[in-house]
Design a protein. Structure first.
Length: 188
């Protein structure tokens, strides 16, 4: 059986990696940054009172990511939000390998253009360690989700984890993939 490589993975191997090496004066290919994983997260505080929310959102996230999500639990108690340690308050899925590359392609070429009032991504959402986090306001931006079938519009948090040494190199990597960053001085 001959497996087809994802489009962005091929592009990274054949073009992007070499360009990053040259443009950033990196000593060898092993120093070029690469995307390691993508984590999709959805916080569900309302799951404290309605357990069906976890099932509904889990199904939606499974459609979006192509794999089963895991339920996240609170690490500590937060009395202001009536959260006890160990309460189920969210769902996440971690994508690696070909699923990660296919999701990245879908994010860039389908989801961003479908996002309502999309004006670009902020270039300051890096965490200092080369990882980038995006907030998607509505899960309906994903083509797998039928707006008529959802009970409530929810937002998602997508974190792209790279092995870049710094934010500058991570941004250069995402730029090569065509991430629609807002230009310097422009407002979102």
């Amino acid at each position: 059986m001959n497996k087809v490589e994802p489009r962005l993975k091929k592009e990274y191997i054949t073009r992007i990696r070499e360009e990053l090496k040259k443009e950033n004066n990196l000593p060898n290919m092993m120093c070029t940054p690469v995307i390691k994983k993508i984590v999709i997260n959805c916080g569900l505080g309302e799951a404290l009172t309605d357990k069906t929310v976890l099932e509904d959102v889990s199904g939606e996230l499974e459609k979006i990511a192509g794999q089963k999500p895991v339920i996240t639990k609170s690490r500590g108690a937060i009395s202001g939000f009536k959260i006890k340690k160990g309460d189920e308050i969210g769902i996440k899925v971690t994508l690696r390998g070909n699923r990660m590359w296919e999701f990245l392609d879908k994010l860039i070429s389908v989801v961003f253009p479908r996002t309502k009032d999309f004006r670009g991504l902020p270039a300051d959402s890096f965490d200092g360690a080369g990882n980038y986090t995006i907030g998607i306001r509505e899960q309906t931006a994903f083509p797998e989700i039928d707006p008529g079938q959802i009970k409530k519009v929810r937002s998602l948090e997508i974190t792209i984890v790279t092995n870049a040494k710094d934010d500058k190199l991570a941004k250069a990597l995402l730029d090569k993939f065509g991430f629609p960053f807002v230009k310097d001085g422009e407002k979102i």
